[in-house]
Design a protein around this ligand. Structure first.
Ligand code: GTP
Ligand code: MG
Length: 217
């Protein structure tokens, strides 16, 4: 559940980009950093990368203010996708308010996607997150590459799952804001009751999503 600091008038929402190695998690955050309005974002922080591979995490901070004056801070994290970094993944996932699962659309990556999704479910349970109720968006990235699964095939596979599926080419920024918006809609619904965003803070779901996705004036 989002972190509420009453004296500071501030809540902090943690969003985590999870998925197999090299699927494009870091690239999502880099493109968001390019696309968002400067006044609402902080500097993107990259903690130790080696040959383009995340060893700890990347962090992109964002902030918006509700009509009541409540400050809402978002911290967007990536995890390292390489199999051996499981303890780091668990630590980063801990206390997440929402997750983007970044899958690699290449057919040859299907097994890695499946393993990483299972790893997400397992680690969510280990850190005490209720996976059934966790806000989650599934992003199929790298749509520009040859040898990717057809959209129809992916949708057929994920049909019946409750999570929205978004297609993206993060490399050129395509689909990254749409993915974040899909996650923010779920996050709002998950925290509105307890945080009283609409009732007390005058922040509707569309205003929350527009502001946090950096599209509002
Ligand atoms: N063609 C193509 N390449 C992409 C796309 N998104 C990311 N990449 C490339 O894929 C490689 C891995 O991207 P990253 O964003 O570093 O992947 P990651 O998921 O953070 O990887 P780890 O940190 O190792 O878990 C980089 O060379 C990116 O430029 C895309 O949409 N299309
Ligand atoms: Mg990375």
């Amino acid at each position: 559940m989002a972190d509420y600091e009453a004296e500071a008038g501030r809540i902090t929402i943690k969003l985590v980009y999870y998925g197999p190695a090299q699927s494009g998690k870091t690239t999502n955050l880099m493109r968001l950093h390019d696309l968002l309005q400067p006044e609402m974002k902080g500097e993107m922080m990259t903690l130790e990368t080696h040959n383009d591979r995340t060893l700890f995490f990347d962090l992109l901070p964002l902030g918006i203010t509700a009509p009541s004056g409540l400050l809402i801070k978002f911290k967007l994290f990536t995890v390292p996708g390489q199999v051996q970094h499981d303890s780091t993944r668990k630590a980063v996932l801990s206390r997440a308010d929402g997750v983007v699962f970044v899958a690699d659309s290449q057919r040859a990556q299907s097994v890695n996607n499946g393993a990483a999704f299972e790893n997400l479910a397992e680690n969510a349970a280990r850190v005490g997150l209720d996976f059934e109720r966790l806000p989650l968006v599934v992003q199929f990235n790298k749509r520009d590459l040859p040898g990717v699964l057809a959209e129809e095939e992916i949708l057929a596979r994920w049909q019946g799952a409750r999570w929205p599926v978004v297609f993206s080419t993060a490399l050129i920024g395509c689909g990254v804001v749409e993915t974040l918006r899909a996650l923010l809609e779920q996050v709002y619904d998950a925290i509105d009751g307890q945080m009283q965003l609409s009732a007390v803070h005058g922040l509707t779901r569309p205003a929350f999503v527009d502001a946090a996705a950096g599209l509002a004036p």
